[in-house]
Each structure stands twice: as structure tokens, then as C-alpha cells.
Write a protein that binds this ligand. Structure first.
Ligand code: ADP
Ligand code: MG
Length: 227
């Protein structure tokens, strides 16, 4: 199987720039949306044009939201957080989406009480991204989310039985805007790599076309573990 250890430093500068631009675009966008709504309410213009404009706005918002997760306003301070319950929470959220596709998400808790020091909303976003990608890569089957302690690190493996990533595309995964999906943004992994790097962790990717994909996230354990 193909393996790649991410050197996310390369993405750091572009990531911060992207988050900055997203911030700047959000306000004028909100204003534009407001005026669009006013015109729509006045009964002028064709409904089909409004439908197109609204769905394009949605798309821009989706892209901005993914980029904004990366930005670090002062208010968002790191806090001690139990990784086991964070993962449980995310899996509960995504289970409905999975069940519709006959996908079962199994949490394998090899170790309990894995505390990390993190911005929990960002770490949640990372595992949302990985598990969503896994769901999107599969027709049916099982996703394993395995939690383990490895010396002074917590590791989370997200293992799917999906279509995998062709060797030729492996290097491109995580590049800004690289997507193979019709409605994808190609930002989820870039944002995830950035967030994990900001938390002193690493991401490893193994994939075999037609067999499945495994993402391994390593995050430093917080001292409270006694490690
Ligand atoms: P998006 O999901 O919007 O396409 P991502 O950054 O999350 O953007 O993923 C980029 C690309 O990486 C995907 O379009 C897909 O080709 C590939 N990919 C990511 N995760 C998986 C996975 N679990 N299985 C197969 N391909 C994946
Ligand atoms: Mg994605």
C-alpha cells in the first residue's frame, strides 16, 4: 500500500493567507446576500435566477467556512479535552449520514482517558473531515475509528473500505482545492493538516486503490495522563 507522511509546514503559509482572505470576504458577502434577499422579497426578477444565485452563495459560504476553521482568533484558547468523548460525539453526529448508506462506524477504544490540549472545535472539525471523506468513499461497509496511546502521543486511526486513492493522486491529496468530487471543495484535508500541525501532531496516510484508506492522526498527550 502507498504511504505518505505529511510535511504540513509547506501548507502553513498558504493556509494562513487563505484564512485571512476568507475573513475579508465574509462581510461583503453577508451584505450582498442581504440585498439579494431584499430584491427577491420585492417580487422583482425571475425565481430561477434567485435559485442559482442562492446556491452559488451557499457554495461560497461552504468554502469560507472550511477556511475559517483554520484561523485562530484570540478568544479560542486551548483547553484540556478528553479525546475519547470528542470522537464519540463526532461519530454520533455522523452516524445518521452513515446509516443511510449502510455504513457502520465502529469505535475501537484500545485506551481510555486520552487527554489532549487543544482547541476542541478545530479537532472536532478534523475528525469530521476524515470520517466524512471515509463515508463519501464507500457504498457500504465498515469504518473503524481506533483510539490508542503510543508513548506520549494519542493516535486516532480512521480506516475505511472505500475506493481508495490512486497512487498517482496520493501526492496531490491535501493540496488546496484538490478534489475528485463533483461538489467537493478540496479544502477539508488542507485545513485538517494545518490544524493538526498547530497542535504539534502529525498525519499519516495509507491507501490502496479499490481496497481502502487509513488516516492516522498523532497528537501529543496532555500531562494529566501521567505520561
Ligand atoms: P473534498 O472532500 O471536498 O474533495 P478533501 O480535502 O476532504 O476535499 O479531500 C480531497 C480529496 O482526497 C478527495 O476529493 C478524495 O479524492 C481524496 N480523499 C480524501 N479522503 C479519502 C478517503 N477516505 N478515501 C478516498 N479518497 C479520499
Ligand atoms: Mg472532504
Amino acid at each position: 500500500s502507498e504511504e505518505l507522511l505529511y510535511q504540513s509546514e509547506k501548507l502553513s503559509a498558504v493556509g494562513q493567507l487563505a484564512a485571512g482572505i476568507a475573513h475579508e470576504i465574509r462581510n461583503p458577502l453577508t451584505s450582498l446576500k442581504g440585498f439579494l434577499q431584499l430584491i427577491e422579497m420585492s417580487g422583482q426578477g425571475k425565481k430561477e435566477y434567485f435559485d442559482i444565485m442562492n446556491s452559488e452563495f451557499k457554495r461560497i459560504e461552504q468554502i469560507l467556512n472550511e477556511l475559517l476553521i483554520m484561523s485562530k482568533p484570540q478568544k479560542l484558547e486551548k483547553d484540556t479535552c478528553l479525546l475519547n468523548s470528542l470522537i464519540e460525539h463526532i461519530v454520533t453526529l455522523l452516524n445518521t449520514q452513515a446509516i443511510i448508506k449502510n455504513i457502520y462506524i465502529e469505535i475501537e477504544e484500545m485506551d481510555k482517558n486520552l487527554y489532549i490540549y487543544c482547541i476542541s472545535n478545530q479537532i472536532k472539525q478534523v475528525f469530521m473531515n476524515f470520517i466524512k471523506n471515509a463515508i463519501e468513499a464507500m457504498d457500504k461497509g465498515k469504518i473503524i475509528v481506533r483510539l490508542k496511546k503510543d508513548r506520549s502521543y494519542a493516535t486516532v486511526e480512521v480506516i475505511d473500505e472505500g475506493h481508495g486513492i490512486p497512487k498517482s493522486l496520493l501526492e496531490r491529496v491535501g493540496e488546496p482545492f484538490f478534489t475528485t468530487k463533483e461538489k467537493g471543495t478540496g479544502l477539508g484535508l488542507m485545513v485538517s493538516f494545518q490544524i493538526i500541525e498547530d497542535h504539534g501532531g502529525t498525519i499519516q496516510l495509507e491507501s490502496k486503490e479499490g481496497k481502502g484508506t487509513k488516516f492516522t492522526v498523532r497528537l501529543p498527550l496532555h500531562e494529566e495522563n501521567g505520561s
